[in-house]
Design a protein around this ligand. Sequence first.
Ligand SMILES: N[C@@H]1[C@@H](O)[C@H](O)[C@@H](COP(=O)(O)O)O[C@@H]1O
Length: 260
Amino acid sequence: MEVVIVPTERVGSVGADIVGSLVRRRPESVLGLATGSSPVAMYADLIRRHRDGELSFADVRAFTLDEYVGLPADHPQRYRNVIARDFTDHVDLAPNAVHGPDGLAADIAAACTAYEQAIEDAGGVDLQVLGIGTDGHVAFNEPGSSLASRTRIKTLTRQTRLDNARFFGDDVEQVPVHCLTQGIGTIMEARHLLLLATGRAKAEAIHQLVEGPVSAMWPGTVLQFHRHVTVVVDDAAASRLQLADYYRDTLADKPAWQQH
Ligand SMILES: N[C@@H]1[C@@H](O)[C@H](O)[C@@H](COP(=O)(O)O)O[C@@H]1O
């Protein structure tokens, strides 16, 4: 696991460097996209690079991580609409190249199976962007999630609903109770995981993720078993890391030829 600690304003551009170098190297890449506030600066940077003619997503396919169950198709907080607004509508991804779990499916279980199949049919995810919840959840895999789980329905914790109430007029009762989420087992099959986090509220979750014992109580900790993980955090999110100085030294002394 590589831990990259940078000033807050650089988290987005470091993430965009990683996505950009993959897409230039492999234009037909499969990207896993996260919603939430953590990757917004990175998406803005990627949009700018696209507008400057540096990057094309014309051959990229994308899969989102999760979705609320039951939000109307035109609801602004439906993750399909969020990712379009934050990123995909502003670059040259082909129509129908962006996929997400169907939170309005009549048969939820069948929709989850179909989503897993779609990812597999695309050849799997090359680079999965991730945020992390204050309680350590990745995608919507809440504490207690099976570390081998696949795409399925989950019940959101009160904490996650409180955290996300800011997107629903600060009214927690408006936040759906259920969601569909890629499982931890699904996420772990992506070839490279890029996790972004900023702010003091994420410091404990980042400490657990990088340095804690692997436990379903902090679902992100399973990333310690993945072969290629890059964690990009600002100083506040890094403030509880016991080995922060070592991670900084490692980055400063990184061989020029080595990629993230
Ligand atoms: N389902 C999303 C996650 O995919 C996201 O990574 C996390 C952190 O959100 P944010 O980036 O807004 O802090 O919680 C949300 O509930």
